[in-house]
Write a protein that binds this ligand. Structure first.
Ligand code: FE
Length: 348
C-alpha cells in the first residue's frame, strides 16, 4: 500500500465521510486534489466558498502521491479538480488519461491559447492558471553578469566549478531542459547539458531556495530558480533572507534570443469528476480577476490573465521581460527528450 502522510489520511477520511453523506447528488461541494504547495492558497479557496456557497473538500499532497491516488481510485475517484505545478507534471497526467477535456468560452477568452493544453476544438485538457519564470541568479562577487546572460552560458568553460542546480530529474528542470531541446534540437541540448554538468560546483541537491542561498554564501557562483522563490525572499521579514537577496544578482535569460523560460501551475477537471459543472465553475473562478490577483499577491506568481493588475511591489520590481513563446503543451511533451538527456549526461 502506498504510504500517505498523516494529514493526507485525515483529509481522506473527511472526504470519505463527506462523499458518503446522504443527498450526495445535489451536494454543494467540490473535491479538490491539489499539489500546489503554498500555504497562502487558503484565502483563495475560502473566497470561492464565500462567493458561491460551495464547500471545498481538499486533499493536498505531493504530485506523485496525488497522481498515484487518482490512478488507484480509477472510476471511483471523488476528485473533481486537480491542481498541479509545472507543465511536465500536467502533461504526464494528461497522457495517462487522468483528465477530461473542458470547453469553456470564459476560459478560452481569459487564458491565452499558448497556456492551455490540447485545444483541438473539443476543449483543453488543462489550463495554466498562473505563471512563473526560471531565472539565473549569480553571486555578485564571484560572477560577472555579462557571462551569464543566457541559459547556454551555464555551459561556458569560464564557469567551471561554479554552477549549481537542483536535480535534472525534477519537473522544473525537465521542463527547462525540454524547452532547450525544442530550441537547440536534441543533440544541441545534450551538448549544452553536458557542458553544464561539467561546470557543477556540487552534486545537484535541494530545492530552488537552497540554490539561491548557496549562491549567496558563495558555495555556488550561479544557479537557476523559479521567480516566486526569489520574490518570497525579497518579501521576507527575516534579515538573513534580505541579506541573501543583497548578495545575489538576477538575470532574465535569453532576452536577445528566444526569451526566458516560463512555466505554469495549472488546473484540470478529473476524468471521473462527480461534480463536473462545479469543477468547471471552480476553474473559471481561478481565472477571475480576484483569484488571478491573488496568485500575484499571495504566491508571487504572474496572473495568466494579462489585464489583471499586479498587487506585489517586489514582483513588479523584477520588471518586464521577454518570455519564451513556446506553447506550454510542447514544453510538457518535451520532457521525454529531456529525461533522455539527463540520463545520458548524468544531470542528477
Ligand atoms: Fe515550487
Amino acid at each position: 500500500m502506498k504510504q500517505f502522510k498523516p494529514y493526507l489520511l485525515l483529509a481522506a477520511a473527511a472526504l470519505a465521510a463527506a462523499t458518503a453523506a446522504p443527498g450526495r447528488a445535489q451536494e454543494n461541494v467540490l473535491n479538490l486534489y491539489s499539489a500546489r504547495h503554498y500555504q497562502t492558497d487558503e484565502a483563495l479557496y475560502a473566497d470561492f466558498t464565500r462567493q458561491t456557497g460551495i464547500r471545498i473538500n481538499r486533499i493536498e499532497a505531493g504530485d506523485e502521491a496525488l497522481l498515484e491516488r487518482l490512478r488507484s481510485e480509477g472510476a471511483n475517484s471523488p476528485a473533481d479538480v486537480v491542481l498541479l505545478v509545472d507543465a511536465a507534471r500536467l502533461w504526464r497526467a494528461q497522457v495517462e488519461g487522468l483528465f477530461q477535456p473542458v470547453k469553456s468560452a470564459t476560459l478560452e477568452a481569459r487564458i491565452p491559447a499558448t497556456l492551455r493544453a490540447k485545444d483541438d476544438g473539443k476543449g483543453a485538457e488543462w489550463f495554466g492558471i498562473s505563471t512563473r519564470a526560471r531565472v539565473i541568479v549569480y553571486n555578485k562577487r564571484k560572477v560577472d553578469p555579462a557571462q551569464v546572460q543566457n541559459y547556454e552560458d551555464l555551459a561556458r568553460p569560464e564557469l567551471r566549478g561554479k554552477v549549481c542546480t537542483r536535480s535534472g530529474a525534477h519537473p522544473y528542470m525537465l521542463s527547462l531542459i525540454g524547452a532547450m531541446s525544442e530550441h537547440l534540437g536534441e543533440s544541441g541540448a545534450e551538448q549544452w547539458a553536458s557542458g553544464v554538468v561539467a561546470n557543477f560546483a556540487r552534486k545537484p541537491r535541494g530545492g530552488d531556495t537552497d540554490q539561491i542561498r548557496a549562491v549567496a554564501t558563495g558555495e555556488c557562483g550561479v544557479a537557476l530558480t523559479n521567480t516566486y522563490y526569489l520574490v518570497r525572499l525579497m518579501r521576507s521579514d527575516k534579515p538573513a533572507d534580505r541579506e541573501v537577496v543583497e548578495r545575489i544578482g538576477v538575470v532574465w535569460p535569453n532576452q536577445k534570443s528566444f526569451g526566458t523560460h516560463v512555466n505554469v501551475s495549472g488546473a484540470a477537471v478529473a476524468r471521473h469528476a462527480p461534480h463536473r459543472e462545479t469543477a468547471v465553475r471552480f476553474i473559471e473562478y481561478l481565472a477571475s480577476d480576484s483569484a488571478q490577483a491573488y496568485f500575484a499577491g499571495g504566491n508571487n506568481e504572474w496572473p495568466v490573465v494579462s489585464s489583471v493588475k499586479l498587487n506585489n511591489r517586489e514582483l513588479e520590481s523584477l520588471g518586464p521581460f521577454k518570455a519564451d513563446s513556446l506553447p506550454i503543451a510542447s514544453v510538457g511533451r518535451a520532457q521525454v527528450t529531456a529525461a533522455k538527456i539527463i540520463d545520458r549526461t548524468g544531470w542528477r
